[in-house]
Design a protein around this ligand. Structure first.
Ligand code: AMP
Length: 280
C-alpha cells in the first residue's frame, strides 16, 4: 500500500494505473476509521482493480462551534486499517494543498441541502459537495463509495454528479452497525458509557417506525408522535430533528404509500449523531 500526500503525485500515480486499463474504486473519508469505513473500502476493492481511500478532515464542512479542531485523527492507525482492508493507495492531502489561497468556486446542491441536516448546519453540504467534486477530479475513479448512514450526503453527491456530468458511478453502501445496533461513527468515541446506552434509542426508533408501518399506521404524524415519546424518556438525548420524508427528494410525507426515509439527528453528550432507515 502506498501513502501519498501530494495532489500532483497521486494524479501521476493514478494516470499510470488508468493507462494500463485498470479500474479505480474511491472512498473519500475524514479518517479515524471504523468498520463502516472498512466496509466501503472492501467494496471498492472487490469491484475494482485498485482501491483508493482519501483521508481529509475538511474544514469547510464544519460550522462555527462544531468539532473541527477536536475531530479524532490517527493517521498511522488508519493506514494500518486501510492496508488490512486491501486498499492500494491512501491519499491524505493537506488543507493548504486542497485549498491553496482559498476557493472562489463552490458547489451548492440547493434543494436537497435545504432540509434535515442542512437546516441546522448552514454551509455544511456546500463544503461537502465542493470537496467531493475536487477529490473526484483529482482521483477520477470509475466508482466512488458513500455510506447510506449519511443518506442526505449520498443523495447530494448523486445529484451533483448528475448535474455536473461527472463521469463516475456513485455506489451507496448500507449502514454498518455495532453489535448493539448503534451505527458505527468516528464520533462514537465522544460517548461516555451511559450516553452510549441511551444513544441506542436512535436505532430503536427506526425499527419501531418500521413496525408501526407494518402494523398499518401510514400517517407520519402518528408515527413521529410515538417515536418522540420514546426519545423523551432518554434524558441524555437531545433531539435535533426527527423527519419522515420521501427517500428520493427528501420532501415531507404525510401518508406513507410505499417507502419513506425516517431520519433522526440528536445530540448525546458531546456527540451529534445521525441515523436513518428506509421503511416500507
Ligand atoms: P466520514 O469519514 O465520517 O466522512 O465517512 C466517510 C464515508 O464513510 C462516508 O461515505 C460515510 O457515509 C461512510 N460511513 C460512515 N459511517 C458509516 C457506517 N456506519 N456505515 C456505512 N458507511 C459509513
Amino acid at each position: 500500500m502506498k501513502s501519498i500526500q501530494s495532489i500532483l503525485k497521486v494524479k501521476k500515480e493514478l494516470q499510470s494505473v488508468k493507462d494500463s486499463g485498470l479500474s479505480i474504486g474511491f472512498v473519500p473519508t475524514m479518517g479515524f476509521f471504523h468498520k463502516g469505513h472498512l466496509k466501503l473500502m472492501e467494496e471498492a476493492k472487490k469491484e475494482n482493480d485498485l482501491a483508493v481511500v482519501s483521508i481529509f478532515v475538511n474544514p469547510t464542512q464544519f460550522g462555527e462551534g462544531e468539532d473541527f479542531g477536536k475531530y479524532p485523527r490517527d493517521l498511522k492507525r488508519d493506514q494500518e486499517m486501510a492496508e488490512s482492508a486491501g486498499v492500494d493507495i491512501v491519499f491524505n492531502p493537506s488543507a493548504e494543498d486542497i485549498y491553496l489561497d482559498g476557493l472562489q468556486t463552490e458547489i451548492a446542491v440547493s434543494k436537497l441541502s435545504s432540509v434535515l441536516c442542512g437546516k441546522n448546519r448552514k454551509g455544511h453540504f456546500t463544503g461537502v459537495a465542493t470537496v467531493v467534486a475536487k477529490l473526484l477530479n483529482i482521483v477520477e475513479p470509475d466508482k466512488a463509495y458513500f455510506g447510506l448512514k449519511d443518506y442526505q450526503q449520498y443523495l447530494i453527491v448523486c445529484q451533483m454528479v448528475k448535474d455536473l456530468n461527472i463521469n463516475v458511478n456513485i455506489v451507496g453502501v448500507p449502514t454498518v452497525r455495532d453489535e448493539d445496533g448503534l451505527a458505527a461513527s468516528s464520533r462514537n468515541i465522544y460517548l461516555a458509557y451511559d450516553e452510549r446506552e441511551e444513544a441506542l434509542i436512535l436505532y430503536e426508533c427506526l425499527k419501531k417506525a418500521q413496525r408501526l408501518l407494518d402494523g398499518g399506521i401510514r400517517n407520519t404524524s402518528q408515527i413521529k408522535k410515538v417515536l418522540k415519546e420514546m426519545l423523551d424518556l432518554k434524558n441524555l438525548v437531545t433531539l435535533e430533528y426527527l423527519e419522515i420524508v420521501n427517500k428520493d427528494t427528501l420532501e415531507a410525507v404525510e401518508n406513507i404509500e410505499n417507502q419513506a426515509l425516517v431520519a433522526i439527528a440528536a445530540k448525546v453528550g458531546k456527540a451529534r449523531l445521525i441515523d436513518n432507515m428506509v421503511i416500507g
